[in-house]
Write a protein that binds this ligand. Structure first.
Ligand code: SF4
Length: 460
C-alpha cells in the first residue's frame, strides 16, 4: 500500500492544521503559486480553510504570488492569468482576505534586457554563469515578500508547495531544515520570513486526489481539468526550479512546473515540444526561434572575446574565452525577435523592455543613441513612443570621424567609444576623481593588453 498521508489522516485534519497555523499569530501569509499541481493544491487548501473559518477570525491577509518571467510559454501565461483573475474575483465575492498578484522582473532585468541589452550569453546547463532563475524568478518574488514585510511592518509566513515525496534529494533538504516539533521554519535568506510547507507529507497521488475531487473544481471555482490537460500535453519543467544559484536553496515562487519558452538550459524543451505534439502548432515558430538562439551562442564572431568590463580569460586549449554577444549579434537577435513577434501577432518583448535596452545601449555602446529606435522602425514600420525625442550624442558625421580616427591610429574603436561614454556619464559631477577613475578603467581593460597578458600567463 502506498504511503499516503490519507492512510492515517483525513482532509479535515489537514485543514485543521492549516487553520491552527493561520490562527496562531498575526503574520500575513504569502503563497508562491506557479500554476503547477503542488502550489495549486496549497492555494486550494488555504482558500477552503478560509471559507469554513468564522469571518471574525479571518484576521490576516493571504497574498498569492505568481511569478511571470515574461518569457512564459503562452499557454501557461494564459492559464495563469485566468486563474489569478478568477481567484481575485471569487475571493472578493466571498469577502476573503486573499488577493493574487503576478510578479515580474524589472524591465531592465528581464531575459531580453540581459540578452539583447547587456549581451549575456544564453544560459546553459554546464555554464558557470547561470543567471536566469535569480533574475527572472527568485528576485521578483523575494522583492514582493520584502515589500509586504515593509508595508505591513510585520514578519511574514511563506507557504511553499514542497513535498518530501518529490525526490530523495528534496526530502533530505527539507528534513535538514526541519525543526523538530515545529510547523514553521526560518526562511533561509529573508530575515523576517518564516516558511510553512503545508503539503510536505503528501504524496503525488494525494495531491492529484485532492485536485480531482470536488468535480475537479478548485475551492474558488477554477477548473482543474485545464491543469490536467496542461500536464498531459506537456512534459517538462524549469531545470533549476526553486534553486537559487547563490545558495542552492529552495525559494518561494521559484518552483515552476513549466519552463520559459526560450529556455536554453535544456537540450530539448519537453513542455514546448509536448504542447506542439499534442496539437499546439502555433508554438512551432517559438520552438524554431529558441533553437536558432541556442545555436547562435556558438557561431564564430557572434560573441566578444572579452567579458563585460574588458576582462579576458583563456580556455584550457589556450584560446581566448567567449564573453557577451557582440553588439551586432544583439541587434540581430532583436531584429529576429521583432520579426517573429510581428509574424505571430503575440507580444514577445514589451515596450518597457525595449526602453530599458535602449537605455543600456545608450550607456554602454551607442554613440548615435538612435540604433534601437531606427531598428524598431525598420522592422515593424512603427515608431517607438520616444522615437522623435532622441537626440544623438554624436551625429553620423562625427561618428564616422571617430571611426576614421580609430582606424588611422590603430586604436580599438571600442576603447574610444568607452572613453567618450565615460566622459559623457561623468561630465556633470563636480568631483573630477569620478571622471578620472572612469577613464582609468576604460584604458586599463585587460583585452587591450592581451598580447602581454598571454606572455605573462604562459611564462608563469
Ligand atoms: S526555464 Fe530555463 S531559462 Fe527559464 S528560469 Fe528556468 S532555467 Fe532559466
Amino acid at each position: 500500500m502506498e504511503n499516503s498521508f490519507f492512510n492515517e489522516n483525513t482532509l479535515d485534519d489537514l485543514l485543521d492544521e492549516i487553520e491552527y497555523v493561520y490562527l496562531s499569530d498575526n503574520r500575513p501569509w504569502i503563497i508562491g503559486y506557479s500554476g503547477g499541481k503542488d502550489s495549486t493544491v496549497v492555494v486550494h487548501l488555504v482558500y477552503s480553510m478560509l471559507l469554513r473559518l468564522d469571518p471574525g477570525k479571518r484576521a490576516k491577509h493571504v497574498y498569492v504570488v505568481s511569478s511571470d518571467t515574461m518569457v512564459e510559454n503562452p499557454l501557461i501565461k494564459a492559464y495563469l492569468s485566468e486563474m489569478l483573475d478568477s481567484l481575485n474575483a471569487a475571493s472578493a465575492k466571498s469577502g476573503l482576505p486573499l488577493t493574487a498578484h503576478p510578479v515580474r522582473p524589472e524591465p531592465g532585468n528581464t531575459f531580453w534586457a540581459n540578452i539583447i541589452g547587456r549581451g549575456f550569453p544564453t544560459p546553459n546547463l554546464n555554464g558557470r554563469f547561470r543567471w536566469c532563475t535569480d533574475r527572472l524568478k527568485i528576485d521578483p518574488s523575494g522583492k514582493f515578500i520584502e515589500d509586504v514585510i515593509r508595508r505591513e511592518n510585520k514578519e511574514v509566513v511563506v507557504l511553499l508547495g514542497v513535498r518530501k515525496a518529490e525526490s530523495i534529494a528534496r526530502k533530505r533538504r527539507i528534513e535538514g531544515r526541519e525543526i523538530m516539533g515545529r510547523l514553521l521554519n526560518r526562511h533561509e535568506s529573508i530575515k523576517k520570513a518564516f516558511v510553512y510547507p503545508p503539503i510536505v507529507e503528501l504524496t503525488t497521488n494525494d495531491v492529484w486526489k485532492i485536485l480531482l475531487s470536488n468535480d475537479r473544481c478548485t475551492a474558488w471555482g477554477g477548473d482543474n481539468s485545464k491543469l490536467v490537460n496542461l500536464y498531459t500535453d506537456a512534459d517538462g519543467e524549469c531545470p533549476f526550479a526553486g534553486i537559487s544559484s547563490k545558495d542552492e536553496q529552495q525559494q518561494s515562487c521559484g518552483n515552476s512546473r513549466f519552463g520559459c519558452w526560450v529556455c536554453s538550459v535544456v537540450k530539448e524543451d519537453k513542455s514546448l515540444n509536448g504542447f506542439i505534439r499534442s496539437g499546439h502548432r502555433e508554438l512551432i515558430p517559438l520552438q524554431q526561434f529558441r533553437q536558432w538562439l541556442i545555436d547562435l551562442r556558438w557561431v564564430p564572431g557572434k560573441r566578444e572575446n572579452k567579458m563585460r568590463g574588458g576582462r579576458i580569460y583563456y580556455t584550457k586549449d589556450g584560446d581566448l574565452g567567449y564573453g557577451p554577444f557582440t553588439w551586432e549579434a544583439r541587434q540581430e537577435i532583436l531584429t529576429e525577435l521583432l520579426q517573429l513577434q510581428k509574424r505571430i501577432g503575440y507580444e514577445l518583448i514589451t515596450i518597457g523592455e525595449l526602453r530599458a535596452i535602449d537605455a543600456i545601449w545608450d550607456e554602454e555602446l551607442d554613440l548615435s543613441r538612435r540604433t534601437l529606435v531606427e531598428l524598431y522602425y525598420r522592422v515593424t514600420g512603427d515608431k517607438l513612443p520616444w522615437h522623435d525625442l532622441k537626440a544623438p550624442l554624436l551625429d553620423s558625421a562625427a561618428v564616422s570621424e571617430v571611426e576614421n580616427y580609430a582606424a588611422r591610429y590603430d586604436i580599438p574603436i571600442s576603447l574610444i567609444r568607452d572613453m567618450i561614454l565615460a566622459a559623457e556619464k561623468n561630465k556633470y559631477f563636480s568631483n573630477a576623481k569620478l571622471l578620472r577613475n572612469a577613464l582609468d578603467k576604460a584604458v586599463t581593460q585587460h583585452y587591450l593588453f592581451e598580447d602581454r597578458l598571454r606572455d605573462y600567463i604562459y611564462e608563469n
